[in-house]
Design a protein. Sequence first.
Lengths: 311, 340
Amino acid sequence: MTQSRINMSNLTVENVYTRHKAKELTKKHFWKLLGMMLIVGVIVYGIMFAGMALLGLTNPDTASVSMDAAAASGEISPAFMIGYIVMMLVITLVGGGLGLGITSAMIDLCRGTETVTVGRVFSRMSQCLKAFGLSLWVGLKTLLWMLPGYVLTGVGFYFVIRTGDEMLTTLLPLCSMILLFALTIPAVYRYMLSTYILADKPDTGVFACVNESKALMKGHKWQAFKLVIPTLLILYGLMIVFVLIVALLLAVVVDVSAALTVILAILFFVAFFGLVLYFAIRVGLAYCVFYLNRQGEGDAEEPAAEAAPAE
Amino acid sequence: MSLKQTVENVYIRQDAVLLARRHFWRLLGMMLLLTSVTFTADRLLTSIGDVINGAEIRAVLDALHTLNTSGHMTSSAPLMEAIAALLSSPKFWLFNLCYILLTWLLSQGLTLGRFAQEIAAAKGDTPRVLGIFSRMDCCVKGIGIALLTDIKIGLWLLPGIAVCGIAAEMQGYGQVAVSTLMSMLGVGLLFGLGIPAAFGYMMAPYILADEPDRGIRECVTLSTGLMKYRKWQYFKLCVPMLLKIVGVLYAEMLVLSLLMTAIGANPDPIVETVSLLVILLAITLPLVYFGLQMDMACALFYLKRKQPAVDAKSSYWLQDHPIPNTPAASSEEPPINDTK
């Protein structure tokens, strides 16, 4: 057995334990984390609705049309645009700070070292500017990795237009798409842990977070990619079954009672939303455990307890 | 499903990949030999059938030719008569019965031989290509096992079929809501009872291939015992491999379709033929490669269920893969001894 295959085998087993731990933590802390996510949702959407309402009051001409329609008809005033940009900036800053708070809470829940309350979601609001800077810097670095793919696409279009060659028309977009995926996806995973590092160690600088993420993810990008695939497949399967059952029930109930149909539709929406949130929390916790494993804070007791031979 | 079972699956798949690579050409040779023997037998029996039923078949073909050339509806009567004559011929039914029985016996014997060689590879021995003929004496037992398991699975499917039948009746009486609910229940019962039953009897051919002296009922009973609380584990064992096959085929189709579009305007027949051969190989090779891995995984799973203790010859069981004390996996982990 080659060394790389042994490592791959160990990383796969580590993923199994990570997913198991995430599942256990989700069961234990689901309502707490759900509360945090609902708070974030209410605040972010509250700002958005309040912002749109305020923009509507200050710019009555554009209040009655949608953004797209207003942009198409050229009716958007400069004041409206500035107000809109400011609103999106506020949402990004507040959302970033709250997101860091949830991530920090999840990391501490994974450590199991302290009691985490729902109010922890506000614990990283002071880092919202740093979070914004980090997302900009990571976005820029990822964009740079995407450039070769885009350049090849541009060159390809140029040659296709100039020569009209059918083979080039087919091959160049294919090559540029492959290059785009081959460079961008590893880049995304390379910088994936920078948010977790900032949430866990808020004194770390933006560049230090990115560099530490690069170092931690070296040799583990494929492991991170494979980590959540089974969970996402389970979610996908459950959603299909769920939608099929509800669709059949709705088809039966719609002829019986309109009120019952509405109640069923509301219940379906709530259950569907709950299912998605449950798995979102589970995936988030899985990545937090993965982050802790990379930091060398993996749980030593649980694997040892499972090390007894089967049967 | 316990954590230990999931970890066991990981190691079984890893070992299956290694074994499939190590014995790739032998396993491929076995598959090719099996396919060519069954294909040849099929062609031979079909030719014999054409000779035995020659007159009736010729009559049908002549009537068909006449119908195609004349194009009148009234001319279909001779065709119907010729088909009726063929179908009412005793030698037609007798030959087809013999054909089904012989091909079934042959395929069962060869499949059991293939399983026996895969189990031998999983135990650490070297599989032999001609070993697919090693279980031809068990072909009747193989058919017996197939029939018994089909009957048992059919019995498990009965509740679902009954409920679906009642649902269809309700539909006829205009009870749409009740019919829909009962159909859902029926389908749920079909899957909920049928699939676990099918998995429960899955190990029976492996048991017969490994221990040919066992009886049919003994193999089926043992299979049920081995698969107790392991059906979900077995299902999850195969899912990643199936996903690999689907992923590779999907990526290949994408690339090949673009390539074919690029060279499709080329009228050169040689390029077209080569392209078609490349496509055929591109589709077949991943199926064969990953298919062999799945076969080895099933054989390893069978051995693991049969022999909870570590097999002395095998290198890759759970005790040879110590679960790391810290989940952090890195190159600092001590290498696992490869005794092979």
